[in-house]
Design a binder for this molecule. Structure first.
Ligand code: UT7
Length: 324
């Protein structure tokens, strides 16, 4: 049999830079209460959100991805010419074709990039980061721009109080490149397709979710996924400096943090609470939180950061990264 040549990739990968963007329009809980039967106290207590950002009709998912990707490249100190692959995890493009990634690559100026979208809903960023890392290690890609970007306001009924108070818009990006030592751990991923009916697009138009069922699943099943990611990276929970779960609901985030602490995570482990001022931005929430936490000094270069995403599918994924 004819043997084919194998590409030889990099021994390891790391995140070279991150960036994010949010639309200008801030929407408070009182703003939402003025158009539906809800109130500031209920939203703060049940979900932990104080305000979120909504994009107007003039801002698209692609626009936000271009902005976040450009900022991540600047943070990495790279030019567009140094990137060869763009992955845009998302679940809110207006139609399955065209994808977002090819347009994003073109607008950033990345010539003839390998470009594709990846849909694992709110787990999308962690899935895409795992794929990017493995593409580089296999030699299929050199430097990959991964951008979680979502315009959830396009797919949420603005008068549905169960969802309109949670979801929001934004984008977060990471540049992934080759390294001598691993700074992106193996991805720990999986799915629970038997729970597909707990989150879906009703009549192909608006998000429907069985909130309590998803809540119970997330608070019981996701901490073990995060712990698997820590183990796969050859670390223990006590090594984790910062935990960034998908920002679905502050009570879910805190429950995951609490569970990790019963498995040895330190009391001083920083737990992301970006949802408070950003809302739930699906595949954008983890890179956006990472970017905001770096700016605030909650995460600094070299920190061990545990990320884990979960959502519709149901799909989940997590890995350990070293903060750039
Ligand atoms: O990101 C993708 C993955 N998604 C998630 O992880 C979401 C997981 N689920 C959740 O975060 C929560 O289940 C929700 C935030 C969606 C809902 O919170 P909850 O604490 O589970 O509320 P609930 O749906 O059980 O509703 C409790 C009560 C109900 O009233 P009754 O029947 O007890 O009289 C609701 O009608 O709260 C009512 N309610 C509201 N009240 C004021 C529901 N939404 C609202 C609202 N404002 N916005």
């Amino acid at each position: 049999m004819t043997a084919l040549k194998q590409l030889s990739g990099a021994p390891a990968t790391r995140i070279l830079g991150v960036g994010s963007t949010q639309p200008d329009t801030v929407v408070t809980n009182d703003d939402l209460a003025s158009r539906m039967d809800t109130n500031d106290q209920w939203i703060r207590e049940r979900v932990g959100i104080v305000e979120r950002r909504f994009a107007g009709p003039e801002v698209s998912l692609v626009d936000m991805a271009v902005e976040a990707g450009t900022r991540a490249l600047a943070d990495a100190g790279l030019t567009a010419a140094e990137v060869d692959t763009v992955i845009v995890p998302n679940c809110t493009m207006p139609a399955p074709i065209p994808n977002a990634a090819a347009q994003v690559a073109d607008r950033i100026g990345i010539q003839a990039a390998g470009a594709f979208d990846l849909n694992a809903a709110c787990a999308g960023f962690c899935y895409a980061l795992g794929v990017a890392s493995d593409l580089i290690k296999a030699g299929s890609a050199g430097t990959v721009l991964v951008i979680g970007s979502e315009k959830l306001t396009d797919v949420v009924d603005p008068y549905d109080r169960a969802n309109a108070i949670i979801f929001a818009d934004g984008a977060g990006a990471a540049v992934v490149g080759a390294a001598e030592q691993p700074e992106i751990g193996p991805v720990s991923w999986g799915s629970a397709g038997d729970l597909v009916d707990t989150i879906y697009m009703r009549d192909h138009r608006y998000i429907y979710q069985e909130g309590q069922a998803v809540f119970r699943w997330a608070t019981t099943k996701i901490a073990p996924v995060a712990l698997r990611a820590v183990e796969a990276a050859g670390l223990s929970a006590a090594d984790v400096d910062a935990l960034i779960p998908h920002q679905a609901n502050l009570r879910i985030v805190e429950a995951i943090g609490k569970r990790l602490r019963t498995h040895g995570a330190r009391e001083d482990m920083v737990v992301a609470d970006d949802i408070v001022y950003s809302g739930n931005t699906s595949s954008a929430s983890i890179p956006m939180a990472l970017d905001h936490m770096r700016v605030k000094g909650q995460v600094t270069k070299g920190d061990v950061v545990l990320i884990v995403g979960f959502g519709a599918g149901l799909s989940y994924a997590g890995q350990v990264i070293i903060a750039p």
